[in-house]
Write a protein that binds this ligand. Sequence first.
Ligand code: HEM
Length: 443
Amino acid sequence: MTIEQPATSALPLPPGTSGLPWIGETIAFLTDPDFANKRRQQYGEIFRTHLVGRPTVVMSGAAANKFILATNFDKFSWRDGWPDNFKELLGASLFLQEGAEHQRNRKLLMPAFHGKALTNYVTTMTEITDRYLTKWEQISDLTWFPELKNLTFEIASVLLIGSEPGAETTELSRLFTELTNGLFTIPLNWSYTTYGRAIAARDKLLAHIEQVVLERQQQPSQDALGLLVQSQDEEGNRLSVAELKVQALLLLFAGHETTTSLVASLCLALAQHPEILATARAEQERIGRDTPISIESLKQMTYLDRVLREVERMYPPVGGGFRGVVTEFEFNGYRVPKGWQVLYRIPEAHFDPEVYPEPNSFDPERFNPDRYEYKPSDYTFATYGGGSRICIGMAFAQMELKIIAAMLLRRNCWELVPNQNLTLDPIPTLHPRDGLKVKFYKL
Ligand code: HEM
């Protein structure tokens, strides 16, 4: 006997509330770090809310991640998940592309983020980090988060948009801050509004990148922008100057706030777990503090790898991703209509005690191959998203993180300043509320 399944249209909408007219629950979403978790406990793995003017369902846990990122990928639109400000300020870049166009562009960007290309970035990452460590040793009393952001911005801007370290990077960083301020504001394009200044900053950044692209076309180089200029598909087509400009700008946007967040969480976690810090430091001593940082020496840092995976599990910088629903679907017995918005959530799967026993304890050994709680294919680990649109910069970010971590372990110690608020706020990316105040020393 076959049991008739109800047609999707007969199923109920997910449980939840829509909040205030138009504004919905947007304010709680933006201000309450526990917004999703509280509602998940009340309603389960799928609930209904209303965010930034749209009916929204929030889905969390490994099964939801797999559903959205892989098995039902074609029911969702990436482009439709981004607010209009993003579309205007970040242009026709990978974040806003779909289907064949996305695949073509992703393929062309890929060579700058994998294999041999990464080897060429080691020296730049090491040199810039070395300069920052020297500076911090001199300052000693640090509000670390903004400093870490300067470091990761400099690495990203030198490698991704070909800036010169020093005054030029400082100016680009200022322009970039103006641009990002425009992402979350009312879109009134007048010269004196935040949005107007963001548009002007975007144009100046694009003009800068165009100039560097033209130089790289004349004289190939091994930085990421140089590789993107040379990248070509099977038919020999290359990215046009217009495409290169917006893609490089997007990469700069996607590539440094997230990394800053993870480095800050790593520094916080190590300060709170001296025994783990000591083991990680002992590994560096075994490898040799003066052994140059290289792809080979990085490979030997296996304990550090586990520490970093555990930081990625416990402190994912990105809380999730929005998508537009292009085809009505059913999940866990509920119906989600076409035209709604979906938010898939990253952290909840990482704290599932069935997968990660004692999920609130910081335990790098859970990534020891003998235990290996994490299985790459089951979507229980989604710090970098998943499926065919998994973060393109994952290997770049993990290498950068590892280089900064190894250098810190080799030459510095730091103590948390008492009486600071260490709450981690999730928006735009996970960050310590008081900016992570530390006393920073040379060993
Ligand atoms: C710790 C650092 C990083 C984290 C945690 C991170 C996280 C993520 C996540 C979660 C997604 C998927 C979002 C979604 O499904 O809605 C994503 C996509 C993406 N990331 Fe990253 N990211 C990091 C570093 C980087 C870097 C360094 C770059 C480039 C230089 C980068 C470029 C991108 C791009 C271009 C996409 C879109 C890929 C596509 O649509 O095909 N990310 N990232």
